[in-house]
Design a protein around this ligand. Structure first.
Ligand SMILES: NC(=O)c1ccc[n+]([C@@H]2O[C@H](COP(=O)([O-])OP(=O)(O)OC[C@H]3O[C@@H](n4cnc5c(N)ncnc54)[C@H](O)[C@@H]3O)[C@@H](O)[C@H]2O)c1
Length: 317
């Protein structure tokens, strides 16, 4: 009888899916005191987590744990080597949030290009001003550079193409002919692609090889007046370097769904800039996205304990 601990609030249909499974004991998320959480961890064989860190301290309290499912696709809140040492399987919910995040990236591109936030604030203040010199621009005809051509990046490519944009793709792990076969331009030389793109959008994971990759050098190589969009992970970006590039006028704006330290408990310097739009890591959290992720996390859990987990969902098995 699998004992499943759901650490954070998920769509109720995901809980219902687990509870409908014969023999399942499901502990629903409540504000756990450390003592109550500890008692649940002692029993848990499976865990579903959204934001809670799965680290050595938590694992020490969970001697029976065999399976962890991350509700989402990024698993930088999970200590994978610690799971590996214990032989615990880690799964994610691939595809469940890809459409939601891809749309959010497009939304940030549009919001920055059309200065939506500023115009909306002007009108609310009573300033109905149509500037003589336009400071907005079309997406059509712009070049966008996508860093990462996985589930989300490849969808963003299709959406950008639909807007009439030139789409360049930099992904060291995807063959150039895969990118060109889908009608996009492979950009193996990152530095020269950065000099071409009007918009750079990040869609790669945050790991030891990518953390801090958007540093002063990366930003200096970007085309003057370009925009940066980040719906991937805040740790990819050196925020001080980004602030400097924006203040210097080298970049025209940044749209960030993710920041270095989340949750943001006090205002970061980037928030002082009108050219920056920040959303609180909600790209995946549409009604449909949350529903799909909860159902996928529940299904992965059921499939793991039935011995038929989809290999495509497994990070480590
Ligand atoms: N904001 C949100 O709510 C939200 C939701 C879901 C996913 N994400 C983030 O979006 C990112 C992409 O998710 P996905 O589902 O598309 O993942 P994915 O694994 O399908 O794709 C990631 C791609 O990045 C590529 N990549 C790795 N290193 C790279 C590098 N140095 N330069 C360029 N490309 C590189 C990989 O080859 C892969 O194709 C992840 O960081 C994930 O954490 C954010």
């Amino acid at each position: 009888m699998p004992n499943i601990l759901v650490l954070n609030a998920i769509h109720p249909d995901g809980i219902a899916r687990l509870e409908a499974e014969p023999g399942y004991a499901v502990t629903r998320p409540v504000p756990f005191t450390p003592e109550v959480l500890s008692a649940h961890l002692r029993q848990a064989e499976g865990i579903i987590t959204r934001g809670t860190r799965i680290d050595r301290d938590l694992l020490r309290q969970a001697p029976r744990l065999r399976f962890v499912c991350r509700h989402g696709v990024g698993y930088d809140n999970v200590d994978v080597p610690a799971l590996t040492e214990r032989g615990i399987t880690l799964a994610i919910t691939p595809e469940a949030n890809a459409a939601s995040v891809a749309e959010h990236a497009l939304m940030l591109m549009l919001a920055l290009s059309r200065r939506i936030v500023g115009f909306n604030a002007d009108v609310r203040r009573g300033d109905w001003v149509v500037p003589a010199q336009s400071r907005t621009s079309d997406l059509a005809g712009c070049a966008v550079l996508l860093l990462g051509f996985g589930r989300i990046g490849s969808r963003v490519a299709r959406l950008c193409s639909g807007f009439g944009m030139r789409v360049l793709v930099h992904d060291p792990y995807v063959p150039d002919n895969t990118v060109s076969g889908l009608g996009f331009e492979p950009a193996p030389d990152l530095a020269s692609a950065l000099g071409i793109a009007d918009i750079v959008s990040l869609h790669c994971p945050s790991d030891a090889t990518t953390r801090g990759m958007v540093d002063a050098g990366f930003l200096a190589a970007m085309k003057p007046g370009a925009l940066l969009v980040n719906t991937a992970r805040g740790t990819l970006v050196d925020e001080a370097a980004l602030e400097a590039a924006l203040r210097a006028g080298h970049l025209a704006g940044a749209g960030l769904d993710v920041v270095h330290t989340e949750p943001m408990t006090s205002a970061i310097p980037l928030l002082a800039l009108d050219s920056v739009i920040v959303t609180p890591h909600v790209a995946a959290s549409t009604r449909q996205g949350l529903h799909r992720m909860a159902l996928a996390a529940a299904q992965n859990t059921i499939d793991f304990f039935a011995g038929r987990l989809n290999p495509g969902a497994i990070v480590r098995g």
